[in-house]
Ligand binder design. Structure first.
Ligand code: DQQ
Length: 571
């Protein structure tokens, strides 16, 4: 049933009385909330049993077992003492903990075993390349190999006696503070390996290129594989081929016809990528479109998702991406009390869009085996100003797929010429700001009275050329109200979605898991991940899920399916 919700109006009245931008969380609730350790732990997202985790490292499949490594502090829920945590899986959903693969043990990694990658060498033998932080705080590149290749779980790793393989020195003049995160290596037609290390020189982000015949002696190429002036340090570079004719992934050394390459760099808390052409003979990578180069064009995610790492799953011919989803609490004490910090996003399958300029991303299909008790709504109309609860779903641990369409876009607001940053438009035009076509979408992890919610929504604008512009937003301004705003990062996230709303339905997939909300818009054209800490979850263990339309025009929901999600066995 459609209705103009008095609750929604109540929210708007509340906002207008209290002032939207400055609602102090303490003002919103005078209750003191004791936050138990486990409330915000996730049910189906990867996290260690305790303590701090950041970057994904070297995911791979070996002898039919998936391996996942990660930056891990084995003593504390804060960054520091970094080693390589390790877990294994047969389905990328349930994970078994293994002993850390790399501990800080040698002069060349005594201050940290930083990020790196795995490569499958000839005969499928795995090798880890990783950054060690040495006694003098210099970052150096190291090698480790499995102790027992017959062990599918690879529980023991041996560091190479030749370490460090590459170190900053007076000849190469590399800045030892900004030299880290080797990529998976690829084998060039000339029979030599190549790999890239992240670097910064004079504020310019650089992907230094190295060549090696034997995986031990690495020679720096004269030119970097890629760089960008004034873009700051490039952490965790990734470089891999994608097919222009198939959604299948490609093994990292694949080259030739129907292949493009993707270069990714992590900088300023954001993972940027660009699609281009790699010439293996000249060792040159050229982005197809300069205006879509690193920092200018596409991001894997427009919310919280960093230091990502991809791998080729030879068992299913997929390219799969992992990314670190940091906490949004700035108060380190909170993490310490909880005893853990950091999540991995649900692994995403990635492939090149048919237009060739961007990747599409979708949660791996295996996650769907956790779905249960679907709530299915067929076509319905969302009237202007309406809010409707989706009941019968565990709204704390859910997977929702839906698509919207509008019969007319007559009421679309004008896209202003000075709006160059979608994220800013999402903050000005947040979920509570009434629009023309939209905002419409989901209110997740919401309280019953809807004082608190996280809104994932679309707005459709009219551009100058009679075109339509689709904005996708994730609005956290009314999330986690029990946390003082000084402790909680409430940034609103936003992205433009390359969808023609006259021709196509607007799809939304949202994964909710206690303190993470991952949203995939336009069938994976734009992703936004947010961290939220629902007050209600702390109070009574309950959260709610709503669809809403705060525009002045009705929109149709063509299909909506919401599943409760089972809990996976994770570490
Ligand atoms: N995290 C690692 C570094 C990397 C950074 C240290 C990115 O190797 O550059 O934990 O989050």
């Amino acid at each position: 049933m459609e209705y103009v919700s008095s609750v929604w109006l109540g929210v708007l009245v509340f906002i207008s009385i209290h002032g939207y931008g400055n609602i102090g969380p303490c003002e919103a609730s005078s209750r003191v909330i004791q936050t138990p350790d486990q409330i915000y732990r996730t049910g189906y997202h990867f996290q260690p049993a305790k303590y701090w985790m950041n970057d994904p490292n070297g995911p791979m499949i070996y002898m039919g077992i998936y391996h996942f490594f990660y930056q891990y502090n084995p003593y504390d829920a804060q960054a520091g003492n970094i080693v390589w945590g390790h877990s294994t899986s047969t389905d990328l959903v349930n994970w078994t903990p293994q002993p850390p693969a790399l501990l800080r043990s040698e002069p060349y990694d005594f201050k940290g075993c930083f990020s790196g990658s795995t490569t499958l060498l000839s005969g499928g033998k795995p090798a880890i390349l990783y950054t060690g932080v040495d006694f003098s705080d210099n970052q150096v590149q190291n090698l480790a190999v499995p102790k027992y290749l017959a062990d599918p779980y690879l529980t023991e790793w041996v560091k190479s006696p030749y370490n460090p393989l590459i170190a900053p020195n007076s000849v190469n003049k590399i800045d030892g503070q900004n030299f880290r995160d080797p990529t998976t290596a690829w084998l060039n037609p000339d029979g030599n390996w190549r790999m890239v290390v992240g670097n910064q020189q004079n504020g310019n982000g650089i992907g230094l290129l190295y060549r090696s015949k034997n995986f031990i002696d690495w020679i720096q190429a004269e030119n970097p594989l890629h760089f960008m002036n004034n873009s700051g340090m490039w952490e965790c570079p990734d470089f891999f081929p994608v097919s222009t004719i198939s959604q299948n992934g490609l093994e990292t050394s694949t080259m030739g016809p129907n292949v493009k390459h993707v270069f990714k760099a992590s900088k300023a808390s954001t993972d940027f990528y660009t699609v281009g052409t790699y010439n293996p003979n000249k060792d040159i990578f050229i982005p197809d479109n300069k205006s879509l180069d690193i920092g200018l064009g596409f991001r894997y995610d427009y919310g919280k998702f960093y230091a990502s790492k991809s791998f080729f799953d030879s068992a299913t011919s997929r390219k799969i991406l992992f990314g670190w989803v940091n906490e949004s609490v700035n108060n380190l004490e909170i993490n310490s009390i909880r005893g853990w910090a950091g999540l991995q996003g649900i692994p995403r399958r990635i492939w090149l869009h048919k237009f060739g300029n961007q990747l599409l991303q979708w949660p791996i299909v295996e996650i769907e085996k956790l779905r249960m008790n679907p709530v299915i709504e067929d076509t319905s109309v969302l009237m202007p100003g309406s809010v409707r609860e989706i009941s019968g779903v565990n709204a704390t641990q859910a997977d929702i797929e839906m698509s919207f369409s509008a019969k007319t876009l007559e009421k679309a607001e004008k896209w202003e010429a000075n709006w160059t940053n979608p994220q800013q438009v999402c903050s000005i035009k947040s979920a509570s700001v009434k629009g023309g076509v939209g905002p419409f979408g989901l209110l997740v992890l919401a309280s019953k009275d809807m004082q608190e919610y996280t809104a994932i929504f679309f707005r459709i604008f009219r551009g100058d050329n009679n075109n339509f512009i689709v904005l996708m937003c994730s609005d956290q301004t009314r999330s986690s109200l029990h946390l003082p705003s000084s402790d909680y990062d409430k940034t609103t996230y936003g992205a433009l979605l390359n969808v023609d709303p006259l021709q196509e339905k607007l799809s939304l997939r949202t994964l909710i898991d206690h303190s993470i909300v991952e949203s995939f818009g336009g069938e994976g054209k734009a992703c936004i991940t947010a961290r939220v800490y629902p007050t209600n979850l702390a109070m009574d263990g309950a959260t709610h899920l709503y669809v809403f339309n705060n525009g002045s025009q009705s929109v149709d929901i063509s299909k909506l399916t919401a599943w409760s999600m089972k809990t996976a066995q994770i570490n």
